[in-house]
Design a protein around this ligand. Structure first.
Ligand SMILES: Nc1ncnc2c1ncn2[C@@H]1O[C@H](COP(=O)(O)OP(=O)(O)OP(=O)(O)O)[C@@H](O)[C@H]1O
Ligand SMILES: [Mg+2]
Length: 380
């Protein structure tokens, strides 16, 4: 998958941008606050997934402007497509989004067309930080492969919220414990499906990560990942998510029901699960060093791109926002080597040796404007 055209104006500080990206490497160099992350964000928004920065709609528009417009053309291995995305201040709720000229009712309908993997400095704490980030990582990775999955997670979250409200109402004596039954049945069905999907994805992820980690640690360390369920002891070979698995899930909810009522929230379920790792025989989360966490996070994101390539038969576009400066030389090289063959957008503050020798287009970004700086020297 390649982005072949990108233009943008009025999105945050970005002005009159019109680029024909290089089919491999695009390096955007600019000082702080010039618009590097804004540009990565504008591309990301065209994937149909919520901004990785959680930008509100009205904040997409330049503070002094009336509208933000993005036009992006990309080709996958079947055809060329164009996304237009406009947000107007006077009608903020009604974004104007089209795919190949056809109006879409919601940004999420863009999902599954342009596929990107974005990597920001925050992602470097993927393995160390809260389980919530890892669950989101799994959910996004799976929904990039199976679009329907995202709506299942959304339904699960809605029902979970209603169940939690009811738990508090019961604790105040204004509802009966039996009133939970209807929510539990739905939660069990959706939760079983999510568990199964996350388990299978984690298994694949673990295999790819193990190979990459061996590589990044030069064969000195090994990493294994596994999905830790708060509901099931064993998910291997289980596919009966609307049968036996859902029954077990329901049983688990019923066992913890009294505790849930006492605490006012649902203590067991996929919203409490985690993606865990073992590094050289010890739990990753508690015992890994800073550098090991970084390496683990890097290989997890790279594996996401690899699995996506395998499943869709088309490599995603890689967006690396300010990540290089956070990595030492050998990890920088590792990343560059592993994403060879994919189209990449890299932002950074300074030219560095590795980048200056890279084969691709180099752009300057200053005060929201982008200019081609240099065509890189031919490869030796
Ligand atoms: N809605 C908006 N309207 C106008 N400017 C905005 C808006 N939202 C953000 N900005 C500004 O855009 C500028 C560029 O932000 P961005 O995050 O892209 O910088 P950056 O180049 O990635 O910097 P850094 O190297 O520090 O990460 C900032 O000065 C920010 O205040
Ligand atoms: Mg930035």
């Amino acid at each position: 998958m390649k982005i072949t055209g990108f233009s943008c104006g009025g999105f945050k500080n970005l002005k009159d941008i019109s680029m024909t990206p290089n089919e491999r490497l695009n390096i955007l160099i600019g000082e702080n606050a010039q618009g590097k992350t804004n540009l990565i964000e504008a591309i990301w928004i065209c994937t149909g997934v919520k901004s990785f920065r959680s930008t509100k709609d009205k904040d997409m528009i330049d503070l002094k402007g009336e509208r933000a417009d993005i036009t992006l053309t990309f080709e996958d291995n079947a055809r060329t497509q164009t996304i237009k995305y406009s947000v107007m201040r006077q009608d903020i709720k009604n974004k104007l989004i089209t795919l190949n000229g056809v109006k879409l009712p919601l940004p999420s309908r863009l999902f599954g067309n342009l596929r990107c993997v974005v990597f920001t400095p925050e992602d470097l704490s993927l393995s160390k930080g809260s389980p919530d980030n890892r669950r989101q990582f799994l959910d996004l990775s799976i929904s990039q492969i199976k679009g329907r999955y995202a709506s299942v997670v959304q339904r699960y979250n809605n029902i979970l919220e209603q169940r939690n409200t009811l738990l508090k109402t019961i604790a105040f004596g204004r509802a009966q414990a039996d009133d939970l039954d209807v929510w539990d049945i739905q939660l069990a069905k959706l939760g079983s499906y999510i568990s199964m999907m996350r388990y299978n994805y984690s298994k694949k992820l673990g295999q790819v990560c193990a190979g990459l980690f061996d590589d990044i640690s030069k064969g000195r360390e090994n990493l294994s990942l596994y999905y830790q369920s708060t509901v099931f002891n064993e998910l291997e070979e289980r596919t009966d998510y609307s049968g036996g698995l859902a029954d077990e899930y329901l049983q688990r909810l019923s066992v913890s029901r009294n505790e849930d009522i006492r605490l006012g929230f649902t203590t067991k379920g996929v919203h409490r699960d985690d993606l865990c790792g073992i590094i050289n025989g010890v739990p990753l989360r508690e015992f890994a060093s800073q550098g090991q966490h970084r390496s683990a996070a890097l290989v997890m994101k790279l594996s996401q791109a690899y699995i996506l390539t395998e499943e869709t038969d088309d490599p995603p576009v890689i967006l690396l926002d300010d990540v290089m400066s956070e990595l030492d030389r050998s990890r920088q090289e590792f990343v560059i080597n592993k994403i060879r063959g994919m189209q990449v957008f890299i932002t950074c503050c300074d030219m560095n040796e590795l980048i200056s020798s890279a084969d691709g287009a180099i752009y300057n970004i200053e005060n929201g404007r982008v200019g081609l700086r240099d065509a890189s020297p031919p490869r030796k």
